[in-house]
Design a protein around this ligand. Sequence first.
Ligand SMILES: [Mn+2]
Length: 264
Amino acid sequence: MTRVFAVSDIHGHPEKLTAALRDAGLTDADGNWAGEDARLWFLGDFFDRGPDGIGVLRYVRGLIEQAPDGAIEMLLGNHEILALGMRKFDDTFVPHDGITLRSFERSWALNGGQDRDQELLTDDETDWLLDRPMLALDAGHLLMHSDTAEYIEWGDSIDAINAAASTELHSDDIEVWWEIWRRMTSRYAFRGDGGPEIARIMLQHLGGQRIVHGHSIVADQLGIDPQYLTDPLLYADGLVLGIDGGAFDGGPCLVVELEELTAE
Ligand SMILES: [Mn+2]
């Protein structure tokens, strides 16, 4: 049976990613793909906070070339939207009703944007990122970057959501882009008393038996320092798996094998 893995929120730390993939047996001692027919999902946030988002992107694209077609896929995170929005719109103000000044440059600076990533990002890399999806389903797992229900604002199926978001990402409207960034930056939808019900509704609409997400650091949810985290967190009545180890904040890069789940 094909083994399926997910990793998220590498945030500019390629050295943590390469070590974690090697430990999981997905790459060899030289960092080359050794996962045979395993599948590996990146759940977004290559960029910002840590120093070398470009290094993460280039390493992953190299692995994709080495692996069989479709073995490695990447979903977009909010920090891809932020990095691409910064590149596209820079300090242009976003029109809105409030009194604060809004721009991608301001949000990018506030959220750990790195000058070097902006300087090195190529047109080819930008085009590739713009064609990545938001959501996927594999081995009974609904895969997404952010722990938010706002994805369903784009549509009522994975394909509809990916298509609608892709159309918006290919627009030049800053207000459209800002709304994508806002949606993907929301979080904690599956925590608390109402969390399991939100998760259940997402799974009913989009498919899968369990949601897997990054974006919100698992150690924060447990009230521990990220350096002590060793495992992902299953919560919301077992319907949701959080895998963001907090790599930029002293935590591990978790490469998580997903068990095969089948419909009841
Ligand atoms: Mn994120």
